[in-house]
Design a protein around this ligand. Structure first.
Ligand SMILES: NC(=O)c1ccc[n+]([C@@H]2O[C@H](COP(=O)([O-])OP(=O)(O)OC[C@H]3O[C@@H](n4cnc5c(N)ncnc54)[C@H](O)[C@@H]3O)[C@@H](O)[C@H]2O)c1
Length: 273
């Protein structure tokens, strides 16, 4: 039943590919909390994902849209307003893809055609989405827009490759568009910087297991999983966070502010001292 903290709210959720997807967990949680949602994903997800299964389970309309195509987003936003019966209270951008990472191309040898696509899909799409919402005046006052990001936007994690640049851009777009959305429409825009999470996109990053285990040891609370990220998203969509905007919010069990974990220090002790 949940606590119905999103009762009466309407939203769009991008990026629920399969049960492991962070967006899948967010969609389920939003549903439990009483929201009405539209699900969306890339058209190719119809073949490779299970978004349709989730749509049936939650009785949510599913509208396919490629985030690199303006016309797809325009149709998605206008049809969502129609299907949900009013303006939107929240939107989750949970989209990321890097061709250079997928093809295991080293960072020092990036293919720039692929890099264009990475930045387009993973970051510029956030601007394109917000521009569409803006032009159609689709957000209700005190609405909330959230994008998902990773700390490699700010600190170097070599295997994260060009996705680091994509996430820096995504976070910057959240701040810049957040200003205009706040000032003109009383809508908040934030990014949530999530722990490594075992999903299709996450596991595509080289050495993901080591990455995941290292973060788990370093974080005083351990890694935050997809379900707890969903809880945080719900709170960001709720009326309890109305004055939070233009922030990059760490949801990482304390990883971002930990210099070294005591458990790891053991490995560096001088055996002779
Ligand atoms: N998994 C992690 O470790 C982790 C950590 C921090 C942040 N994130 C971020 O969380 C978000 C969700 O990723 P996830 O880990 O749940 O993986 P995921 O693979 O389940 O989700 C990524 C989604 O992006 C969608 N997508 C890709 N190209 C698209 C396009 N052109 N148009 C529309 N949709 C498209 C995919 O279909 C998929 O549903 C991403 O932004 C990711 O960078 C993930």
């Amino acid at each position: 039943m949940g606590n119905q903290i999103l009762k009466g709210k309407r939203g769009i959720i991008f990026g629920a590919l399969n049960e492991n997807s962070i967006a899948w967990q967010v969609a389920e949680r939003c549903h439990t909390e009483g929201a009405q949602i539209v699900l969306t994903n890339a058209p190719v997800a119809a073949r490779v994902g299970q978004t349709e299964e989730l749509a049936k389970k939650l009785n949510a309309p599913l509208i396919y849209a490629d985030v690199t195509k303006m016309e797809d987003l325009e149709t998605l936003v206008s049809q969502s307003k129609e299907k949900l019966g009013g303006k939107l209270d929240f939107v989750l951008h949970s989209v990321g893809m890097s061709l250079n990472v997928r093809k295991k191309i080293p960072y020092t040898e990036l293919n720039y055609e692929y890099m264009h696509q990475t930045l387009d899909i993973s970051a510029m799409s956030f601007h394109r989405l917000m521009q569409t919402l803006w032009k159609q005046d689709a957000m209700a006052e005190w609405g909330s827009i959230v994008g998902l990001t990773y700390i490699a936007s700010q600190r170097v994690f070599p295997d994260y490759s060009e996705m680091a640049e994509a996430k820096s851009l995504l976070e910057s777009i959240a701040r810049s568009f957040g200003y205009h959305f706040g000032k003109n429409k009383k809508v908040r825009v934030n990014t949530i910087s999530q722990s490594p999470t075992k999903t299709t996109a996450g596991s595509g990053v080289g050495g993901f297991d080591a990455f995941f285990n290292y973060a788990d040891i370093m974080s005083p609370l351990g890694n935050a999983d997809a379900k707890s990220c969903a809880d945080y998203c719900v709170s960001m969509f709720s009326d309890y966070t109305r004055m939070v905007t233009m922030q990059n919010l760490f949801h990482d069990g304390g990883f971002s502010y930990t210099g070294i974990a005591a458990d790891l220090m053991e490995n560096f002790k001088d055996p002779n001292s």
